[in-house]
Each structure stands twice: as structure tokens, then as C-alpha cells.
Write a protein that binds this ligand. Sequence first.
Ligand code: 5RP
Length: 220
Amino acid sequence: MATQDELKQQVAKAAAEYVKGGIIGVGTGSTANFFIDELAKVKSKIDGAVASSEATAQRLRNHGINVLDLNNVGPGEMQIYVDGADEITEHFHMLKGGGGALTREKVVAAVAEKFICICDASKLVPVLGKFPLPVEVLPMARSQVARELVKMGGQPRLRDFTTDNGNVILDVHGLNILDPVAMEAQINQIVGVVTNGLFAARPADVLLLGTADGVKTYTR
Ligand code: 5RP
């Protein structure tokens, strides 16, 4: 039986088949790292990549892949954004940010034409929220935001981590996220929140799921 890492490698390989040229948006995390290694094999086809974190930028550069500034990418120039997720539902709503890169991931994904989510089968869930929801917060606002998150029924815990943007992360436990689109908007309304890890307003377009029976492709 394939290990979790082997499943991640398989979906990374499958995602590389979507690389036809142009500029590629690249996510963050162990699954995204496998994708970067696959992207390196076809790097002559592309003009460059936009990274969703400093760690991803470093790995891309180590492979000799040109890392581009998102500000220089025009509408329609980035065909695909490829990234993992901590949880995903059959509606393609995702919970992300386990690696702490949620804000840049959401920004890069917003520019891409198509979001390709690559996951092993353990990430497919009926309801989001078993994995604690990461919320990136301005450091000065962390106590106030935490109080607001408690009012919503969550139990926020401060992660011992500073984001690439110089902010902190509250991991919110105990949320049963039945309406991810509404909750994404509601948390973003709290003053001091930079982004939350719900990717529901802009869900994935394609899910490549690594299973014991091979890679399954789902399209929204
Ligand atoms: C990082 C993320 C990752 O996509 C998510 O944590 C999944 O990571 P992995 O591929 O290591 O399981 O959102 O901020």
C-alpha cells in the first residue's frame, strides 16, 4: 500500500501534466514541495513561477526556476495555481494554512485562472473544521481577535510562529464549519484579521486526490 508521501508524489506528478507553459502559481507545504520537484522537470516549458511563501520561492530557485513578482503578472497570464490543503470537501471548499502561508496562498490563487488542489485522500472530509482553522492576525490585534473568535464558538490558540508577512496565527479549534463561504466572510470582517484559512469564496477548480486506487480527478 502506498505511503502518504507516495500519494502526495503521485498527485504532484498528475498536476505537472497541467503545466502547458506561461506562469505557474505555486503553493506551500509538503505536497506543494513534491509539485515543485515535478515542475523542475518541465521548467523549460514555463516563463516562471509565483511563490506563495519564502520557503517555496527558495525551493523554486534551488531548482533554477525563475521566481516572478506577482505584481508583474497581468490578468490571464497565470493559468494555474497548484497547492495542497489541510481539508477539502466535495464542494471544493478548502481549509488551508497549516504551513502558515495562507495569506500569500490566497492572493496568488486569486490571480490564477484555475486552482488545482493536490491532496492525499486523508484530506477529503464531509465538514471542514476538525483541523484547526488558521487565522492570520496583526500582532497588536491578537487578543481582541481571539475574543471575537471565542464569541463565534471557537477556541483560538496562538501558534508559536511568525508569518512571512510579520504577523501571528491563531489556530481556531472546535469549529464545525457548515457554511464555509459565510464563515470565511464573517472572520475576515473582524478588525485586525489579515486572512483566514477558509478558501470557499474562491474554491478549487480541480481536485487531484491521491487514493489507494490511484489519482482521482474531480472537476467543479
Ligand atoms: C500551507 C498550506 C498547505 O497547503 C497545507 O498545510 C497542506 O500541507 P501539506 O501538503 O504539507 O499536507 O495551506 O499554508
